[in-house]
Ligand binder design. Sequence first.
Ligand code: CUA
Length: 361
Amino acid sequence: MKNRLHKWRLLSLFAMIALILSGCGKPFLSTLTPAGEVAQTQFDLMVLSTAIMVLVILVVTVMFIYVIFRFRRKKGDENKIPKQVEGSHKLEIIWTVIPILLLIVLTVPTVSYTFALADVSPMEKKDKDGKTKDALVINVRANLYWWEFEYPDEGVITSQDLVVPTDQRVYFNLKASDVKHSFWIPAVGGKMDTNTDGENQFFLEFDGESAEKVKNQFYGKCAELCGPSHALMDFKVETKSPEEFDQWISDMKSAKAPKAEDGLAKQGEEVFNKSCIGCHAITPNDSRPEQARRAPNLSNFGERSKIAGVMDHSEEDLKNWLEDPEKYKPGNKMTGTYGDLSSEQLDALTAYLMDLKVENK
Ligand code: CUA
């Protein structure tokens, strides 16, 4: 009796957990609210395979229950042996052919979509200047624990917030500079590893209508255990209409090195130039080689939606971060590299950083 009670408790605990977890899906972060061609295809495949599995489970369960009742031992019939069907050709053909058919239904779309979603041939077509002709290409470089996004044909680099146009395929070159990470925007498509040797390529499409529903912002994650702050290695995806995107690119391309004007920001600029500029660039058309780009590009820092990918974009949180990065993102490379800042320096640096803008200058 006690044992049984224990089992029920365990079962209800799991049921509770399942119920709570089922509330976890956020539209900007859920594979179950697909927001683009790739995510929709993958979602359809998921539904198809789940439907087939549920169908098989249902049929088997119904047959099982039927057999239990139909052939149970009845009073007066204790010695009756039901008709034996061993070796029946008809039955054996049925239960061999049905699974084959189900597998074909599952295989044909899975294989064809796998190849279709891996088609990155538009990336190969280059014009005579070596630029990709018909496709938007973004180089993604994953680092402990931040992301760099480079638009090679435009000569633009940004970090942490990925900016993409809606309703067109965007092609990605993926790699990592230190350890293996994985690039994942759950609502827009499956993940792909970023490796230290060799590049992975795929494309995603960001649906304009779905993007509007989530205020043009999706969330991205690192999906490969990469160190103590793996769970904090987030990025944001800002979607823009194609026209807005072109405008953004042109703003980024023409951005000049910022010059602080007012007193506090001016002081902050001095601190920045002494302690930070060795790793962080402040122009989006950064021409240094990638080994020299050791920390996120901050050219549009004042326009980002998060600080360090996970903290609120507020002066208060920026100061918290600058004061003790280790506390908020253990093992990150900024920790201990620039010395202690006085509270005056913190205020000044914060004023300077929050002023770094490209779009709304
Ligand atoms: Cu990078 Cu996990």
